[in-house]
Design a binder for this molecule. Sequence first.
Ligand SMILES: Nc1ncnc2c1ncn2[C@@H]1O[C@H](COP(=O)(O)OP(=O)(O)OP(=O)(O)O)[C@@H](O)[C@H]1O
Length: 820
Amino acid sequence: MAKKQATTKKKVTKKPKTSLKERFTLSRQQKVVLGSFLFFLGIALFFAFISFFFNWKIDQSEISLFPKRTASAKNWLSVSGAAVSDFFIFKGFGISALILPVLISITGIYLFFDLSRKKLAGFWFWGVLVMIWISVVFGFITKENGLFAGVVGYEINDFLQDYIGFIGTVLVLAFLAIVYIVIRLKYTPEKISDSFKKTRKEINKDFKTTQSVNGSKKSQSTTPKEEIVVGQTADLPVTKVSSKTKMQDVTTDVSKNDSKGTVNQHYGNPKIQSDEIPEKLIIKSDSNPDDIAMEVETVVEEEEEVKNLSDKLVKDFGEFDPTLELGNYKFPSIDLLKDYSVQNGGITIDQGELEENKNRIVETLKNYKIEIAQIKATVGPTVTLYEIVPEAGIRISKIKNLEDDIALSLAALGIRIIAPIPGKGTIGIEVPNKKSTIVSMRSAIASSKFQNAEMELPISLGKTISNETFVADLAKMPHLLMAGATGQGKSVGLNAILTSLLYKKHPAEVKFVLVDPKKVELTLFNKIERHYLAKLPDTDEAIITDNSKVINTLNSLCIEMDSRYDMLKLAMVRNIKEYNAKFKARKLNPENGHKFLPYIVLVVDEFADLIMTAGKEVETPIARLAQLARAIGIHLIIATQRPSVNVITGMIKANFPARIAFRVTSKIDSRTILDTGGADQLIGRGDMLYTQGNDLIRIQCAFVDTPEVERITDYIGSQKAYPDAHLLPEYSGEESGTSLDINKSDRDKLFNDAAEVIVTAQQGSASLLQRKLKLGYNRAGRLIDQLEAAGIVGPFEGSKARQVLVTDLIALKQLLDAEL
Ligand SMILES: Nc1ncnc2c1ncn2[C@@H]1O[C@H](COP(=O)(O)OP(=O)(O)OP(=O)(O)O)[C@@H](O)[C@H]1O
């Protein structure tokens, strides 16, 4: 630990961060030099000001000669002192200008000892106010003598008197005095009366004790050493307590070797009252053991300690840097991505094609008696948007209904009509370009919009119809649902998202949990397992290809979610961003279980497959994560080929407001994903619609090919990594063991339901349970084992269904009752 800290310190000093603020902060040496300068300057000014009051008359003529060397003045700081004093006293604030050198000296002391600047600012603020106030007061009292009030005081007073008169000026000055007393000195009427009462009480008490002491003086003098005198610190509160009765249990252990004669006293006896003596008490005595000196260590309040500690730690080591462990990590360079612009030659559209499409649109609409007032074209990478403004009085629904007719007359697939374009008041007709342009991942990553994105998890999805790079924050989504028919660009889309994060986030900041039932799509990411992937402990491969393992991982993520929530609660913050900021500021102690929390992105490539094989067992943790995980930095990206309602259930949909639809085969599928049509009219090859709950945005997905992903993962994989993938919490809930002596208490909650299903159907098969109870295969299999152990079904008989040993529900009830 110590070693680690030492290395941390070393690294920090080696590579200091130079933020703008730091560049303008003074080093320790500079502070000491400037501090001493200001301190002495303050003293010099003070002397100059004082002597000005005695010599100003004599020096008056000399000041006019300044800065000539021949000028000589009586001021203790010669002609410079006289000139400066004249400026601040005569032309400035009068006698109250004496506050100025005091403020300058205090500033010097603050810089010298590096004290809090906030307090210093308070000194200056109130100091200047008081200075002005005093000079105005003097202006008010001594109108004739400019030396006391200075020009400032004189003029302000004059101004006040002109506008609010004599009484008004008195009231304003009195009010300002009250403001100062209440705010700066923090005196309230209650406080003042309290302190009066207190003083009165103390006077009374003192009076009484003097009387009693006088009365008993005689008897005391006859018993000379009744009270122990405790060293020189007798005025400390503890020493006052030290009466003979309380000290009698203290055993004295004189150390002979101690040349100074220090006596260590051990408080072994519980009779000493803890409320009167602080936790740690060191009592020293000089050579005479009777003459004990007591030193009391004051206990510093813990809260302040923590605050100071975090400030000190930040000062000594800088803010916690989660990336330090892989401090030399280099982000992949843009050159690893292919430049398609050479091949593409940028977006090109035939002028003729544009003109042709425009004429056709105008003609088609004319055929249906729709006149157009204006038409405008925006050329995108795959489609061109024709924005039309129809003549007044044309119903929008009429144009919307002509979608197919316009498509027919344009002889083009994938016409989408947006009527009206939200926020524009025009109608959009999207017509695919004859020659589409590939939007390269390189251009999406290199775009300034992505490079300058101040987002938690920025992802560059591609380009919109107006050719702008579309960058979204996954952390804000907070989960993403992707769907599209096979071969329309889902996997490329997933890779684009992952690539974006790899280009923007350090391995310490984000971890991926990848589920890839197709086994081939995400395998390349295996190379960055120890940098970016998270996995369950004791598993070999981080990328999950086996559906049965997904259940464990999802449940483990739920455990991680719960424990993160506990940590957030402990740290009294609301989300991962605030938590990490607090951790970086060293305000959370790692010894209390706090640690820097990386974002976790769960990517499921084929969700339909998962739901089919594991059913509710997968849906429940996914829904739980989707509902709750946003605040603690777990985000889900779920892709599916089959956007049917039994895959994308209501529960899933409700928690995935951000959705991406690639081309789908039917309007119904489009509705399932987007709650509206449109995805069926896309042209494929990365053409997609994105929504985050409201508007639909048509985007051409950035294209990243397998060799490009391979180059990036190779580049990252070849660098120094963590010893292992990020380990998720262990989940040991549902092991798929098949031991038959299953304990009754270990039985599945659905055991009775399962028994009823089996007995009613008289068929002992796991698939029956899967269907009827909507279970995954593993759980159904375990239920069958439990039913076998309970004697409800017979043993495994190969491909045949198991024999059911209980004939009807009444017999089943008897059997289960008998077990109790
Ligand atoms: N953004 C894109 N730009 C250009 N071409 C693309 C884009 N996305 C996909 N394609 C083309 O479509 C092909 C299929 O894409 P992809 O493998 O992503 O489909 P998919 O939806 O994942 O299919 P499946 O579900 O069968 O895996 C790619 O090989 C590529 O040629």
